[in-house]
Design a protein around this ligand. Sequence first.
Ligand code: GAL
Length: 989
Amino acid sequence: MIAGFHEDPGPGTGRRAPRADFVSDAPRHSLNGQWRFLLSGTAAGTGPGLPDPALDDSGWERIRVPSHWVLEGHDRPLYTNTAYPFPIDPPYLPDDNPTGDYRLRFDLPADWPAARDVLRFQGVDSCGTVWLNGELLGHSKGSRLPFEFDVTGRLRERGNVLAVRVHRWSSGSYLEDQDMWWLPGIFRDVELLSRPEGGIDDFTVHASYHDGTGTLLVTADAPGLVELPALGLAIPTGEQVTVPGVRPWSAEDPCLHRGTLTAAGETIDLAVGFRTVEIAGGRLLVNGRPILMRGVNRHEHDPDRGRSLDRATMIRDIELMKRHNLNAVRTSHYPPHPEFLRLCDEYGLWVVDECDIETHGFIYAGWEGNPPAEPMWRDALLDRARRMVERDKNHPSVIIWSLGNESGGGATFGDIEEWIRERDPTRPLHYERDPSYRHSDFYSLMYPAQDTLERIGQRKEDTPAGVEPGSPDDVRRRELPFLLCEYAHAMGNGPGSLVDYQRILESYERFCGAFVWEWIDHGLAGRDALGRRYYRHGGDIDASPNGERFCLDGLLFPDRTPSPGLLELRKAVEPVAMEVSGGELVITSKYDFTALDQLTFRWFVEADGMRGASGTLSVPHCPARSSVRVPLPSAEAGGDGETWLTVEAVLAEETRWAPAGHVIAFTQTHLGTTARGRPPSTPSPALSSPAPDAEPAPTPQPAVGGRVGEVRLGTAVFDGRTGRLARLGDVELDGPVLDVWRAPIENDHGLGGANAPAADWEAVGVDRFLHRTAALDRPDERTLVVRVRSGPATRTLGFRTTYTYRLLDDGTLHLRIDADPVGDWDDTAYGHLTVTPPRMGTRFALPGGYTDVTWFGLGPGESYADSRAAARVGRFRSSIDALQTPYVVPQENGNHVETRWLEVSGDGLPTLRVDGEPHVDFTARRWTSEALRAARHPHDLTDSGRVWLNLDHGQQGVGSASCGPALPERYRLKVRPRTWSMTLTPVRP
Ligand code: GAL
């Protein structure tokens, strides 16, 4: 039995036909604001009295509209990835169905004209039944799509009562199983529109561009006049004109020709972008040229407001995208607020507009009853596609319609395809999840490994499962352009390999673009017991099923702070490549349309990180997708040490989205190295590694000029039992201790147990090595050799490490570390398992009074083997606190590869200087890796009273295996003998 509207699989009743979203001078009255609200536990809500204008709602709560009630203190948000939080029993829903009854009393503005009146809801999750002044208007589903009612003759000047019943769950929820929070409520604007009699209600702008000529035709449901003053155009609707020499629209040059469409009683804003999208020769072309989209998947998210975004937040997103060299956005997985698309037109972003359709949870039913394959759902699905296309059809930024996400296959996708092609033949269609790709103009996948992508680029991919090799579908797919709709899962620390992916994407004509998953972490603001703000994920809500932390996979932290991953992406996709070759700088434009004239190329030279000469290059005109060569500046280093030339391509002038001087691209070239100010370290003496099995017996060490139990080497004092340094000059320290583990990052956990090295590390005990000092030797006055065996309980595997300390002439201490694997790393108990440790390094503890690190090497942000392109060689300084990247779930962070030297300092404390030979990886933090692993939230991390300094040979890459391929072999640390060296110097404050 269908209990009400909400269980009817149909899309709605009483609504007006969908139409374009536009801005005009016709009166509009916002009904946003404080409404009355009462939440009930079942679909019956507060009962049948809700619409009654006489109902006394003075005792009800107040709620702001638009908003999600679960973020306004009522009930709670829920997060699932693929699971439906209700039984798969379509189209029915459980009796427990939180239902929000809303009421608003309003008067008409004094000058409200007597004309046609329309009530519009821009978005209600998951459905709304609407009454005005006691009369039922209808109902609608499709949370992220607008619906309208004609309310002509139903309004009063004063005392109107609008009542809306919103169910958390409806039949529509079966079509909205996107990987995101379930956030019910009237979450987009509510407005009353006065529609002039006989005026235009809907229109379509057809504005195409071919070889310098634009063609414009505006069709409308009533006659009107189209005027674009700057083009000198004034034409009636229905009449087509050609516009020679017109400037086209592109994401790089979002030229909008502004004007008006005037009809009876109304002037509508027009923002015409001339552009043509087509697929030809297996490539996606815009205005006749191939494009490469450098994109992200964007969910609408704000940590306080959920999907109820204000305009400032939309602008912030777009500015951040543009500033990070992104030129495209997939509106995963539903049409965004219409204002966002207006802004994309203005700022310039290619948009893949995706329909509000995802039925992922049917995977748990073996796809039995999947809505796109069931006639019962046909109207609802088609309704969603129509409402998207009609609403968004006039945006030049929208170049591709996406039929939806992860909804398997089904005949209705054929119907949707047919309808869209008929209604809008000007845009290609995308749908990823049907392996036949019959309803898609693109071949498309998510999260392929690099070699798979490479084969796709060559059109040599394996035939997808379920498709007959050589069949018409197989042949057709191979001719399609490829759109990488999701890759580089940005969960926690990562993603790695962005540069690798970009290299492949830029190598083959077949690729038209790629979209990182995803833009922003969906963390919701919360307060801990001490009132400190933090961000909650699914696992912080006591509910089941629960997608836990999987909603934290964005390039922005929830507060929109760019993560290191976004900085790496900016570098990977920079639209200008610069490379020194043959004494010249080769500048290559990767723009598809615009020349490099809007950029200034500035350069500077640094020696040991200290700034020397600088200037600006004179760069000849460089059209899109071409290269120019310019002579390198003849630059004086002006100092000793490593000398680097940095060239930056910066915005010459302020743009709408960034100030003048904003860096678009940079490159660095090593010009040479001269002796540094301090003497270079004496090379370490040649040492023969001990034969693995011939371990000398522990030698009790006499104290050499020190207290009992101490060993001294110049100013270095060692613990005579462990052989660890206890003091170096006036620097107190404790270390080194072999450290082969890191606090797992999300990508170390893999997805559902696949590609999960963290589990392997724990299985064999890489996370809990115990150490046994086997010997301390003094082969000569200036040398101390400490031999340590390290390994976990229950295992033979481990390392035998030799620490060779040598006192150099200038009093510094040289340390060479030889770590040789011992035991069974090809674990027999686990059969297949060959564990590779995430880190080869050493850990030191320093007193907590140390506060800052200065270093010369890669910086300023964190860097890892497969995520280091954004880092530059330079001299950097940071507080230890600021070296921590506050991932919403604590995990390994803050590493710096290729550090030449570093100095750890603190008020009143002697500085510890470390020189790598040639470099070390370093991290410095106030807590251990063990504490990082144990913490659930950043506020769980407390100062241990010491500074933990890692001086490492290396660390494995970060990858993106939390949803994607395993970390490539080349970014792992194979188990083999490793040697690294450094000098340690105490420097008086
Ligand atoms: C994709 C899906 C996204 C998201 C992602 C993993 O399969 O389309 O919505 O779930 O995986 O975070």
